[in-house]
Write a protein that binds this ligand. Structure first.
Ligand code: NAP
Length: 302
């Protein structure tokens, strides 16, 4: 059994920020993650809107955040959570695939994962040209034709990244206007190898058995391509907590402005919570607030 003051579940930007703030405030902190620290940062090529850093990449920022958290004394453990239980006020038990961890307060920062489109051929063509990660798989399609599905910030940011590698990128979006920030929409217009197929849905992803060959639209039109990158939003990693804290219809954990969940002593930060804006900057801010609230909670116990 490991013991700590504050257990942080998830070591993406929200979790690492929470761990830094809590450790710097003098608490024993354990942050656990089933993957290497960094969360979705590890998948972002260029970040140009994290305050104070003109241009950086996600991997570098993740490394710096991890280094900062551990320099303040936070421990980062490679473990997957199995269950979390509140035994009493200030007494939580987390069962993981490694050790059991006893903590006085818990910060959930488990983030979110890619939503799947649900198109025919999507699941069986993963690894054959269907992808959810531009920086991971984009370089495999140098000089090729790519279809991107989605109309949010991720779709536009990653379409622009892919356009630097590919011969052409066609963005298929179900509405006739993008949800993405206006700045990204303006930047998109400066790239001449990006085509738009607005008010369309991809209903099937076609392949020859080993490689993707096209994307079929609902009107029967086939866009010939070598890869289909799907960026249609995210689903929160909150399943393990649904029985202990309140979530909204989408499964995002409901918090107040202090990052308090419906269960006293449990806080949530970053993409897993019901926040209106999911950015690295908002995740790190959430983490700082959650650490401060956990500090207040623990102080109130004595
Ligand atoms: P998002 O904002 O939820 O956008 C998802 C997009 O996919 C929407 O355009 C949506 O269409 C479309 N979509 C959803 N389900 C679909 C379906 N079944 N079929 C077809 N299209 C579907 O998700 P995101 O772009 O991944 O962004 C997630 C969060 O990360 C956001 O808060 C975003 O601001 C943030 N982010 C920020 C940056 C940045 O600042 N550079 C970069 C990446 C992500 P509708 O528009 O019609 O609903």
């Amino acid at each position: 059994m490991m013991k700590t003051d504050i257990l942080v579940i998830g070591a993406g930007p929200a979790g690492l920020s929470a761990a830094s703030y809590a450790a710097r405030a003098g608490y024993d902190v354990i942050a656990i993650d089933q993957l290497s620290p960094g969360g979705q940062l590890m998948l972002i090529d260029e970040i140009e809107n994290y305050p104070g850093l003109a241009l950086t990449n996600g991997y570098k920022l993740a490394e710096d955040m991890e280094r900062q958290a551990t320099s303040f004394g936070a421990k980062i453990e490679f473990m997957a959570l199995k269950s979390l239980e509140k035994k009493a006020e200030g007494h939580f038990i987390a069962i993981t695939d490694g050790d059991e961890i006893e903590a006085k307060a818990v910060i959930i920062a488990t983030g979110a994962d890619h939503r799947h489109l649900g198109a025919k051929g999507e699941e069986e063509n993963q690894g054959k040209g269907v992808s959810y990660c531009a920086t991971c798989d984009g370089p495999f399609f140098k000089g090729k034709d790519i279809v991107v599905v989605g109309g949010g910030d991720t779709a536009l940011t990653d379409a622009m990244y892919l356009a630097k590698i590919a011969k052409s990128v066609t963005i298929v979006h179900r509405r006739n206007e993008f949800r993405a920030q206006k700045a990204l929409q303006e930047k998109l217009k400066t790239l001449d190898n990006i085509n738009l197929a607005l008010s369309h849905n991809v209903v099937e992803i076609l392949s020859d058995g080993t490689h993707v060959t096209g994307a079929k639209l609902e009107n029967g039109e086939i866009l010939s391509c070598d890869a289909v990158f799907i960026f249609v939003g995210i689903v929160p990693n909150s399943t393990l907590f649904e029985n202990i804290v309140e979530t909204d219809n989408g499964g995002f954990i409901i918090t107040n402005g202090s990052m308090e969940t419906s269960l006293k002593g449990v806080f949530a930060a970053g993409d897993v919570r019901n926040t209106p804006f999911r950015q690295v900057a908002t995740a790190t801010a959430d983490g700082a607030i959650a650490a401060h609230s956990a500090d207040e909670y623990i102080s109130s116990l004595s």
